[in-house]
Design a protein around this ligand. Sequence first.
Ligand SMILES: [Mg+2]
Length: 433
Amino acid sequence: MASQQEPVSPMPGVPAMEGKMYLPPTPLDDDVLRITKIETVIPDDLFPGLMLLRIHTDAGIIGHGESYYLAHGMAAIVHDWMARRLIGHDALAIESHWRFLYERCANFGVRGAELRALSAIDLALWDILGQVCNKPIYRLLGGPVRDRVPVYNSCGNPAYGPNPHGNLGWPGYGSLGDPGPLGDSYNLFHHPLELADDLLSEGYTAIKTWPFDRIAHKHGGMQISLDDLEEAVAPLRKIREHVGNKLEIMVDGHGFFMLPAALRIAEALREVQPLWLEDILKTDNLHTLKDFRQQSRMPISISEMLLTRADFAQVLAEQAADFVMIDPTWVGGISETARLAHLAQAYNVPATMHDCTGPLTLFAGLHVNAAVPGCCFQETVRAQIRTIYKFLIDREVVIKNGFAELPRDPGLGVRLNPELFNGDRKTYRATAE
Ligand SMILES: [Mg+2]
């Protein structure tokens, strides 16, 4: 593919603007790292829905990124569209590329696969910048503000949602999972006390669960009976009675419920004193979210389902949330995640980082957690870290005593498994100069 430095207008007499807007002046041409190639691969045998991305530069530095859901759509956006902006251009002009691509997507709605593709690119560009500076990204964001990051264990399974056994799953629509030592979702219902003891023995101080999903699948979230409530709340009550205050408990509703059922759930959970209720309601109506917080008088987390500053700014201004939950590879990458975390701090609302969605998402969240004082937690899923993530990246996230260690190597501090990019996979795509 030819360099797009000097785009040619397809219409005589009409100047070609694309590729020039927001491109910074480059007076020191020798300092510019030019993007030479973008690769993507979808490891659907390992983690269906995940798109892995690498950006190459003429200096030989490779940046790594990823995003999750509708991976083939994201790869098409990267290669067929966004690459036109990036190939041949300055790899370190992160904000310039972000703003240009964001605004082009904003012309048809911003959200969705476009923003996730942009998130993957943003991670890779920050990874390149970190390697150029020989510093971890959190230092380039102004950190560290803490020497380790508080985490909680989300009680999923190695194959929550999509899994490599042929079940592609649906977003936020996982099954109870299978028994086993890392079957945390299954064990919540069948062995809650053993699960709590096991997590405490590993040093965790907080857990997140989604005990209402099965009920939502039955009734579509319109209603919840008292019997169903009891089935879902009972394991949490047992854990609270068993461990006392040693574990914080968060509850995720995955956005399944309508207002009356959500209020019933909130009231039933009051006895276990959750640290937050997350997405009990769908996040598509700000007025109802605000109403739910006011009526329930429970701490509310909103939501990795929201994207961009514009969404979160409304939630914060309307006082609809006690915590904001951000997915770095959905919301617009490390750039937008850091901006959002700072925005939330202006409202004295703590920011927390989402995972379940891929190993680089976790590392991106750790960097922002390490750099923004108002961040309070990084979500982790031990069932993924100890299984599927090992095939995707070159190191393991180290968690001790309820904290993750900072990724101290340059850039993201982690590399995607290079064997995934050797071109053998049918899902591999590359766009180069
Ligand atoms: Mg959630």
